[in-house]
Design a protein around this ligand. Structure first.
Ligand SMILES: [Zn+2]
Length: 313
């Protein structure tokens, strides 16, 4: 059989989509036979040299996952991100274009309902693509008392778990890429290891006590006993914590800084910072405003933000 310029999506549409319109039994049978034969030659459509449109489509939800996917398979597949970098993943209105991307994805990578809640219903309904729900992967570590904090990628070990899951899923779907995916994973793992050594040194120096605007940093801080998140003012949904928790947070005396996700902290943060006489530093867990092109640089930006906390007087 000659090479087919059909992607798996085309074949799926041909077999299942066009079947709805076929009006003669023999035409349906022909479509099925043709589709099965084409499925057997699936990797051909993805071979280097074919048009970019023939590349498998991996859809990611947010920037940290996009960076991981890029490093693992950016040279082999097309990667599209659902949410614009600056959009808050916890609450947004899903658009038709995002709905379409989810439906068309050959593989979908998201954190999970606890992070990108508005995507949950569409992903559940779509069911037509393989989905990696990162928060549900075996091996993802969650620090005690932080079940609500789903910013799991801030722990580089979790980044590695997500990268491995991607390699496994893509390697199974597109065996022709397996070796290159494994090679990319080895480079990724090396970068993570270097980063961890670097951060261990950075945070071994002194103790940082901070209060976060948004409960987003526990997966990062859990790696460093010297970095203490004393509390947060807002929960994951952006709702101010209850009066009891607020009183507890306000009661802290040993605070080095307040941590805001953007350079525009809320009035609540500005208030508390002035009451405590400390600075506000910006630590963006999504890397939205940063220039990071690789995952480990995003984590470095986060680390640099917390380091600024220590140097603020
Ligand atoms: Zn968040």
């Amino acid at each position: 059989m000659e090479k087919l310029s059909l992607s798996i999506v085309d074949v799926r549409r041909l077999v299942f989509g066009d079947m709805l319109y076929c009006n003669a039994l023999n035409k349906c049978l022909w479509l099925i036979l043709f589709g099965v034969a084409a499925l057997g030659s699936q990797p051909l459509a993805s071979e280097p040299g074919l048009s970019p449109q023939a590349k498998p489509l991996v859809v990611t939800s947010i920037k940290p996952l996009t960076l991981i996917a890029n490093e693992i398979a950016g040279d082999l597949i097309e990667i599209r991100q659902l949410l614009p970098d600056g959009e808050i993943p916890h609450h947004f209105a899903i658009r038709l274009s995002q709905h379409r991307l989810i439906t068309n994805a050959d593989l979908l990578l998201w954190v999970g309902e606890g992070m990108e809640a508005p995507l949950a219903a569409t992903i559940e309904r779509a069911r037509n693509s393989d989905t990696i729900t990162a928060s549900g992967l075996a091996g993802i570590s969650t620090p005690a008392m932080s079940i609500a904090d789903q910013h799991i990628w801030l722990n580089p070990e979790n980044g590695l778990v997500i990268a491995r899951a991607l390699v496994t899923a893509l390697g199974e779907k597109y065996p022709v890429y397996a070796n290159r995916l494994t090679g990319n994973l080895a480079i990724f793992a090396e970068r993570v290891q270097d980063l961890e050594t670097e951060l261990d040194t950075l945070f071994a120096q002194s103790t940082i006590n901070c209060i976060a605007e948004h409960d987003a940093y526990r997966h990062f801080a859990a790696n460093f006993p010297s970095l203490r998140i004393l509390g947060s003012l807002y929960d994951q949904s952006g709702i101010l914590v209850g009066p009891r928790e607020l009183a507890r947070v306000y009661g802290h005396k040993q605070v080095d800084c307040l941590v805001s996700e953007t350079p525009r902290p809320s009035a609540q943060v500005i208030n508390l910072a002035s009451k405590l006489g400390v600075n506000v530093v910006t630590v963006d867990p999504l890397g939205a405003s940063g220039e990071s092109r690789v995952y480990t640089d995003l984590i470095r930006e986060v680390a640099a933000g917390f380091s600024a906390c220590n140097s603020s007087e």
